[in-house]
Design a protein around this ligand. Structure first.
Ligand code: VGL
Ligand code: ZN
Length: 203
């Protein structure tokens, strides 16, 4: 059984949002089209409390895209984004969310960021997605959404680690791209065993 995973297609990651992914909204028609071919659909939603430790605004003298060290290692500091209950955290209004069966919210613990749909950035705290997929006999994932170099990448790497077969839908992802991080992410995903497919090839 297979599932479509739609990562963080939220207002703040689309043009005009607080942490916009260039051309991020271009994934929406591609994903809306893909949805029709899947019986199992999961979305993730970045969902931070105010004052989250991944926000540059939580530190004196830090700017967005600076880094800091948290208990689990290096953390990129972001503009405030996807704050719980605010407009920026809502799914983009053009995304068809009706057929979605599960929404995994992540990043809701103030002191831990969470890029992956499976594990938070401490690499220990689980979101519960593996158990959900296994109980539904899903072994193959098609991953789409934002951003290629952060939440998509970590979801793909963890999905592989958890033993799923993972396909990345190449025309259904876009990245933030900090100093070549998109190319690096694609390389890491391929080396870890992810297959890259185009949405038109997904039957
Ligand atoms: C993301 C940075 C911070 C993402 C989320 O969805 O890729 N990136 N929070
Ligand atoms: Zn975030």
């Amino acid at each position: 059984m297979r599932a479509l995973i739609i990562v963080d297609v939220q207002n703040d990651f689309c043009p005009g949002g607080a942490l916009e992914v260039p051309r991020g909204d271009q994934v929406i028609p591609v994903i809306n089209n893909l949805i029709e071919r899947f019986d199992n659909i999961v979305q993730t939603q970045d969902w931070h409390p105010k004052g989250h430790w991944s926000f540059a605004s939580s530190y004196r003298g830090k700017e967005p895209f600076d880094t800091t060290t948290l208990e689990y290692g290096e953390q990129v500091l972001w503009p405030d984004h996807c704050v719980q209950g605010e407009k920026g955290s809502e799914f983009h209004p053009d995304l068809n969310t009706t057929p979605t069966q599960l929404v995994i919210r992540k990043g809701f613990r103030k002191s831990i960021d969470s890029y992956s749909a499976f594990y938070e950035n401490d690499f220990k705290t689980k979101t519960g997605l593996t158990g959900y997929l296994r109980e539904r006999n899903i072994d193959t994932l098609y991953v789409s959404g934002l951003a290629t170099d952060f939440c998509v990448k970590w979801s793909v790497l963890d999905g592989l680690k958890e033993g799923f077969q993972v396909n990345v839908v190449d025309d259904a992802i876009r990245g933030i791209d900090i100093n070549g991080s998109v190319d690096q992410a694609v390389k890491e995903m391929k080396e870890a065993g992810a297959a890259f497919v185009l949405s038109g090839e997904v039957k």
